[in-house]
Structures are given as structure tokens and as C-alpha cells.
Design a protein around this ligand. Structure first.
Ligand SMILES: NC(=O)c1ccc[n+]([C@@H]2O[C@H](COP(=O)([O-])OP(=O)(O)OC[C@H]3O[C@@H](n4cnc5c(N)ncnc54)[C@H](O)[C@@H]3O)[C@@H](O)[C@H]2O)c1
Length: 218
């Protein structure tokens, strides 16, 4: 297991976004392999699991300073530790969620965040029937308390699951509370200072991309 520590100011490795996405996939598959008692893996096996060539796997992993041994491959536990360090998954991240509707409720119940070091410290909503409830152990607080809560219990990341028309206002407030990264589910483009990292998850656009890919295959 990687050491659990809080996020530090260590200079991260500069990797292109597609490589970061692949590392995350390797990480997931390596955990599965470790759980199935496997000790080592080679670039061909790992590439097959995430659908990339062995050469791409070798390039991605050598960028982390991780060199496999010819004929032996990579030690899975060490590789998990190294990728976890680079992706920040060996750290504990505090996360808040805003908007506890259908989607927010489902996200709060998802158990996959904790395993990667993401701890949901609170959720916020402005609807009376949501405020005061506890979902999967996470308290739902009045959205009016975002600032006072984060002043007392700072968090690095936020998940935004409010309707699109409220997303910009909430995002500005979160940034004012020193939130550095936002996972935005609202189908709207947030205009935030460049220092704030935003990842947009737009499921409808993804479906559109999928439909386009199928059409162009014909
Ligand atoms: N449900 C899905 O499958 C899905 C999928 C992809 C994207 N989205 C997007 O995610 C967002 C949430 O979707 P949903 O289906 O959960 O909507 P929803 O209407 O069920 O929930 C929205 C929640 O946000 C709360 N809210 C509204 N304004 C707020 C504010 N100013 N401060 C705090 N809380 C506020 C509401 O009280 C409600 O609980 C939307 O932007 C939606 O387009 C939803």
C-alpha cells in the first residue's frame, strides 16, 4: 500500500493529459491483478487490459522512471505505489459535494472514491428536504454554510452536481474558499481562474461522441 499523506507542494511530473488518463487505467487494472494474487505483469499484458500497445505502456511507465525488466516485467505492488504517488492517489484528499439531487445522491453512495484517497467531508444543498440528512455517512448541510464549513474544515476538491444555472455561482464561491479543483457535472462551461483545475463530466456529450464514432465507422 502507498503511504497515506496529505497533499504536498512537491513538483509533480509534467505528463500530457492522455498519458494521465492511461495511468489511471493502468492503476485500476493493476489493483485487480494484485487482488488476484499476481506479482508481476509485462507491458504486453497491461497493454491488452487497457487496449493500448505494449510500446505505449513502456513509454508511459518509463516517463515515471519505472523500468520493467526484460522477461520479468514490472512488479505490480511497486508500480501501483509509483503511479499512486504521481496521480496523488497515495494522498488523502478532502472533497465536498454541492447539489444532492439524483446524481449527487448516487455519488455520495459510491464507495470507489475512498479507495483512491478521496474523502467526502460534507455535502451541501439548498433544499429543506435535503438539509440535515446523512447519506452514506456524509452530512448534508445548508449551502449557505459552504464558506463557514470550509473555513473550519478546508478541502482541496469539490464535486458540482447542481443544475447548470447555479453552477457558476457555486463554483465562484468554492474557489473563494480555496478549492483548487472542481469535478463539474453541470452541463455548462465554468469560467474560473487558470490556477483552478476543472474536469467536466458531460454524459450527454460523451454519448454524442459515441454516436458520432459509430456513424463514422459505417
Ligand atoms: N442525473 C443524472 O444522471 C445526470 C447526469 C449527468 C449530468 N447531470 C447534471 O448534474 C446536475 C445535477 O443533476 P440531477 O439530476 O442530480 O439534478 P437534481 O435536480 O435531481 O438535483 C440538483 C440538486 O441541486 C440542488 N441545488 C439547486 N440549486 C442549488 C444551490 N444554489 N445550492 C445548492 N444546491 C442547489 C437541488 O436542491 C437539488 O437537490 C445537473 O446539472 C445535471 O444536468 C445529471
Amino acid at each position: 500500500m502507498p503511504d497515506r499523506s496529505t497533499p504536498s507542494d512537491d513538483k509533480p511530473i509534467d505528463l500530457p493529459q492522455p498519458a494521465v488518463g492511461r495511468l489511471s487505467l493502468y492503476y485500476r487494472e493493476l489493483h485487480r491483478l494484485l487482488e488476484s494474487q499476481q506479482g508481476g505483469v509485462n507491458s504486453q499484458q497491461l497493454g491488452k487490459l487497457v487496449n493500448v500497445s505494449p510500446a505505449v505502456v513502456r513509454r508511459d511507465l518509463s516517463a515515471l522512471g519505472t523500468i520493467g525488466r526484460r522477461g520479468v516485467g514490472y512488479d505490480i505492488a511497486r508500480l501501483i505505489e509509483r503511479i499512486g504517488d504521481v496521480l496523488g492517489s497515495g494522498m488523502q484528499w478532502k472533497v465536498v459535494l454541492v447539489g444532492v439531487g439524483s446524481l449527487g445522491d448516487a455519488l455520495l453512495r459510491y464507495r470507489g472514491f475512498e479507495r483512491l484517497g478521496f474523502q467526502l467531508s460534507a455535502a451541501f444543498d439548498n433544499a429543506a428536504n435535503r438539509i440535515g440528512s446523512t447519506i452514506a455517512g456524509v452530512r448534508v448541510l445548508d449551502a449557505a454554510l459552504i464558506e463557514s464549513f470550509l473555513a473550519a474544515e478546508p478541502a482541496e476538491l469539490a464535486i458540482l452536481a447542481v443544475p447548470a444555472e447555479f453552477a457558476a455561482d457555486i463554483a465562484d464561491r468554492l474557489v473563494g474558499c480555496k478549492i483548487n479543483g472542481i469535478l463539474n457535472f453541470a452541463p455548462t462551461t465554468l469560467k474560473l481562474p487558470p490556477k483552478v483545475a476543472v474536469v467536466n463530466v458531460d454524459l450527454a456529450s460523451e454519448l454524442q461522441r459515441l454516436a458520432f464514432a459509430i456513424q463514422t465507422q459505417k
